[in-house]
Design a protein. Structure first.
Lengths: 463, 246
């Protein structure tokens, strides 16, 4: 058993295999695991050579959640709920609480998270540090919009409270701040009152890119996202299925399915992908067939129907290790946000190029974004977002994506850091014009650079 | 004796937390005691929110002899628990062997504290038929090793002490269970034990709860440690002392 200790000889540390969700890069590194927040300053006083990165569930796709050559601080045991007001729906909890844990607690009490991503394995601390967004960004905003206060331990070991009023600069540098301001230890989250655990879902099949984009914008449903056939080219390019949803009310339940319990116990299936799928099995023909079948099986539009929130929001959580579908070498999710004016042309160019070079797969989506927030590194901007998964291949793919980055930059768009493992520093300032301002704030709180990550070093975000 | 009342001494330890949750799930009211009151407050707040149960929080520090009497008084004020768990433990560092102060402290945490608290508690237990006392010992108590003689000795003392009071309390129908615990994922074992052989705290807590409910006297958790330790105990001292320290 290899045991190496940092600083003080009694600091417990464990060497672990650490992989981001998209498996790039997979590393072995030392991990601290405090049981209570009072232990955190002790880890900061250690001589953490190579820096320290707080990690939650490591569901970020790229290298934002690994720190090769340095230390990690796992928040998995900082998973206590501290206070909940059942009349206002305000929950205060530690940062290592997972969204699953939180929803298991709140949903039977009639409260839901206002913003959820596509997985509930993530922690609330991670959700804030990545400022994640959900299918309702156009009406609700990102995760930071639901958080009223946070508590953070900065590099000097001080515990600081911050909110939109108290220390707002630190609050916004932390929202989407990739763990660089310190270790988030506590969050106060405003939940949303719901009358059932069910969703009313409606689907619309779209013909082409323009149809997909206009349909998603003109809907007045709170949740809206389009799956698109990323391999369709020519006229049907951008065709897909728009899924609209809202939380089912007691009234909906009465009309649509009176026999359903509003808050049933949800039985989860324990399916797992036990091995890495070999690449030859998942060539572009496989994806083309799958996409065609999925598109073809949908009717033009459907009557609204009821679905439990778990398969609606978190369909892929039903299969653990689904990331192995792209093989051992991992994959890339290219997610960008574009202003409305340039989105259509840019998406067309990107989809055309990705599809013609075979860089696409089953998982691709378009969604409209509402306005961004004051977080300098927060990803969403008013307009649209496009995400395309592709198996990671080689240099040709890297070159192609670099050319796409330029197209994105020209159109005033940006790449999502949390999904990224390949961007180059040269385009970062054009994509995130307030990056330097963010770096100044962060370096003010952490002048010696205690906190870092593979992504921050690769993109020189703090220089 | 108050029905279903459970006392956990060492509530902020990984196993202590897991045990508390295991009983909270079944709706049992809890009494928790620990040295770090702030941490315990968090554990208690979390359990109250999730399981809506009654929880009493007390202070216990093995190295603070004045707290024993106060703890017993506050426990009795609430009621006599049906289950008592001693989950406190510390391994210490190898240099502790050379400091008389550290030796005393480690012995207190692992053995003396439990025995001292029991000294105050025994008169109450006599007459509280149906109560179960569970001490969390360790497989380390079965044989001394060069890496942590103090820990092995203290756990061994706890083991022997449990045997003695088990006999003493048998006529009173008070059960005493000693758990010889193997590897459990905790602050003590983090980064030191092979993961495949290490139990999660919640699994270990479920097994401890079952052993206690089945009125077991001595139990290895997980069970296969009984075979391993039987083998280790058979090694003659002549050979054991010559093995390279592990």
């Amino acid at each position: 058993m290899k045991v190496r200790r940092a600083g003080s000889p009694r600091t417990p540390v464990r060497w672990e295999q650490l992989s981001p969700w998209a498996l790039r890069p997979s590393i072995t590194g030392p991990v601290f695991r405090p049981a209570f927040v009072t232990e955190i300053p002790q880890y900061l006083q250690n001589d953490v050579n190579g820096g320290l990165l707080a990690v939650g569930a490591r569901t970020a796709y790229g290298d934002a959640c690994v720190n090769p050559g340095g230390y990690h601080l796992a928040t998995e045991q900082l998973n206590k709920m501290l206070a909940f007001d059942g009349s206002s729906g305000r929950l205060t909890c530690r940062s290592g609480v997972t969204l699953k844990d939180l929803l298991n607690f709140s949903v039977p009490r009639g409260w839901f998270l206002q913003v959820v991503p596509g997985t509930m394995r993530s922690t609330v601390g991670g959700a804030f540090a990545c400022d994640i967004h959900g299918k309702n960004h156009h009406v609700q905003g990102s995760f930071a919009s639901t958080v009223s206060e946070i508590e953070i331990i900065t590099a000097d070991g001080q515990t600081r409270e911050c909110s939109r009023v108290v220390n707002p600069e630190l609050f916004w540098a932390t929202a989407g701040g990739l763990g660089q301001t310190g270790i988030i230890t506590k969050l106060t989250i405003q939940l949303l009152k719901v009358e059932s655990a069910w969703m009313v879902v409606s689907q619309v099949k779209t013909r082409d890119l323009d149809h997909t984009m206009t349909a998603s914008e003109s809907s007045d449903w709170p949740y809206s996202v389009s799956w698109i056939d990323s391999l369709a080219r020519g006229r049907p390019l951008g065709r897909g299925v728009l899924t609209l949803a809202r939380h089912a009310t007691t009234n909906d339940m009465r009309h649509m399915s009176p026999s359903l319990a509003p808050f049933p116990d949800f039985r989860t299936t324990r399916i797992s992908l036990p091995f890495f799928v070999p690449r030859w099995l998942t060539g572009s023909l496989t994806w083309r067939t799958l996409n065609g079948a999925y598109y073809g099986l949908h009717r033009t539009s459907t009557q609204p129907f009821l679905t439990h929130f778990r398969p609606y929001f978190f369909p892929l959580d039903g299969v653990s290790h689904w990331n192995r579908i792209y093989g051992r070498k991992g994959f890339i999710e290219y997610q960008i946000a574009m202003p409305a004016a340039t989105a259509s042309a840019a998406f067309r160019e990107i989809l055309e190029r990705l599809s013609s070079s075979g860089n696409a797969s089953f998982v691709a989506g378009i969604k409209c974004f509402g306005a961004g927030n004051p977080g300098p590194l927060s990803f969403p901007i008013k307009g649209y977002t496009l995400a395309v998964d592709m198996p990671a291949t080689g240099e040709t793919q890297a070159l192609l994506l670099r050319r796409l980055d330029e197209a994105v930059t020209r159109g005033g768009g940006r790449v999502y850091f949390v999904k990224d493992s390949r961007l180059t520093p040269s385009v970062v300032d054009a994509m995130y014009p307030r990056r330097r301002e963010w770096a100044e704030t962060v370096n003010g709180y952490d002048p010696e650079g205690v906190f870092t990550s593979s992504l921050v070093q690769r993109l020189r975000l703090r220089s | 004796m108050t029905a279903n009342l459970v006392l956990i001494i060492g509530s902020t330890a990984a196993l202590g937390q897991a045990l508390a949750e295991e009983y909270a799930k079944t709706g049992c009211p809890l009494m928790l005691a620990a040295r770090d009151l702030a941490a315990q407050r968090e554990v208690a707040a979390d359990l109250r929110l999730r399981y809506a149960i009654e929880i009493h929080e007390f202070f216990y520090d093995a190295n603070d002899a004045t707290c024993y009497r106060a703890l017993i008084d506050s426990i009795v004020a609430v009621g006599i628990p049906r289950h008592l768990f001693f989950v406190v433990g510390a391994i210490g560092a190898s240099r502790d062997l050379y400091s008389a102060q550290a030796v005393e402290s480690l012995t207190r945490v692992n053995y003396l504290g439990a025995a001292s608290l029991m000294a105050e508690f025994l008169p109450i237990l006599i007459g509280a038929a149906g109560t179960r006392v569970t001490f969390i010992g360790s497989v380390a108590g079965d044989r001394g090793r060069a890496v942590n003689p103090l820990y092995c000795a203290a756990k061994s003392a706890l083991d022997t002490y449990a045997q003695g009071i088990r006999q003493l309390l048998q006529p009173q129908r008070v059960g005493v269970c000693l758990v010889r615990l193997g590897y459990v994922d905790s602050r003590l074992s983090y980064g030191r034990t092979p993961r495949a052989l290490t139990l999660t705290p919640s699994r270990a807590a479920a097994l401890v709860k079952r052993a206690c409910e089945n009125n077991r006297s001595i139990v290895y958790i997980p069970w296969w440690w009984s075979i391993v330790m039987a083998g280790i105990k058979m090694i003659p001292e002549l050979v054991w002392k010559r093995l390279s320290p592990f």
